[in-house]
Design a protein around this ligand. Structure first.
Ligand code: B1M
Length: 234
């Protein structure tokens, strides 16, 4: 880090400068600075969702571009991911606090072979904030983990996340197994992750593909309403 960067006093930057500085700090994996900046923006009355999307998610998007282009490597990206998680840790209680009555239960996990969890964690937080009980299975889940959690928690919604083109087909393994067991239609199945799209989601037999965490919440609510209507008219 240069002397110039050492001299930056985060609280003296205006909002726009601070957000750009956060993108740089995330890129450099500076978790203390990220934590400080998140707190500064919150103290300036930014909503937790704005801090999340404009500062953290956008910063990670930039990291992703340089990772793709071979400018950043796994160790640096891991540091960036840790800094992102530091920021998310501060936002988590704010995003999950809700006065809303419980609207349903979701089991969510990243599929087998895949250890990316930032996006999944965001979806979990936002779903909790919208009044869902969320059971997070973590990363690298074989079909057996999903089935055990479905059996134990009887969720309304099963959510799966995959960030790799090599792991996303595993979602179909889970759905096909549920079909074979005759339990597919007992649950709403939502899928997400950067390499997926709507076409893929429908092709593997999911109910919907969710582009981001906000869409996941909206989609979950829509499908819960449909489920209630179906019950009412049955
Ligand atoms: Co990885 N990685 N990575 N990586 N990594 C990607 C995904 C990649 C696109 C980077 C690139 O090349 N541009 C690329 C995949 C290429 C491909 O498959 N086509 C890649 C690669 C290649 C790899 C490794 C193979 C690298 C290597 O070892 N050589 C390796 C694989 C490890 C494994 O999983 N087996 C690897 C490792 C890692 C790290 C460990 C260093 C780290 C993960 C740390 C962690 O998650 N704890 C990492 C990271 C951070 C990334 C990038 C840079 C960022 C991912 C992220 O957190 N984004 C990523 C680049 C990219 O995605 N552009 C990349 C921020 C997050 C908020 O967005 O996860 O998309 P996202 O989640 C969004 C939506 O997608 C959606 O909502 C979220 C919030 O809005 N969503 C859901 C996600 N899940 C959902 C589930 C739902 C609904 C919506 O359920 C209902």
């Amino acid at each position: 880090m240069s002397d110039d960067e050492d001299d930056i006093i985060l609280s003296e930057l205006n909002d726009e400068e601070l957000v750009l500085q956060m993108h740089d700090d995330l890129y450099d994996g500076l978790k203390e600075e990220i934590a400080e900046s998140v707190n500064i923006l919150l103290a300036r009355d930014w909503t937790p969702y704005e801090v999340l999307t404009k500062a953290l998610v956008e910063g990670m998007r930039i990291v992703g571009i340089d990772f793709r282009d071979g400018i950043l490597f796994v160790p640096e990206v891991l540091l960036a991911a840790n800094a992102m998680k530091q920021g998310m840790g501060i936002l988590r209680p704010l995003l999950t606090e809700t006065g809303a009555p419980k609207v349903g239960t979701m089991v969510i996990g990243t599929v087998k072979g895949d250890i990316h969890d930032i996006g999944k964690n965001l979806v979990g937080m936002m779903m909790e904030g919208a009044g869902f009980d969320v059971i997070d299975l973590g990363i690298n889940n074989p079909v057996e983990d999903y089935l055990a959690a479905i059996e134990e928690h009887k969720p309304d919604i099963l959510g799966m996340s995959a960030l790799l083109t090599t792991t996303m087909p595993y979602m179909k393994v889970v759905i096909d197994t549920m079909k074979e067991m005759g339990i597919r239609d007992d649950h709403i199945i939502l899928v997400g992750g950067a390499p997926l799209n709507e076409e893929f989601g429908l092709a593997i037999g999911a109910d919907a593909y969710c582009r981001d965490a906000a869409v996941a919440v909206e989609t979950a609510k829509e499908w819960m309403a449909r489920k209630h209507n179906q019950r009412a008219t049955a």
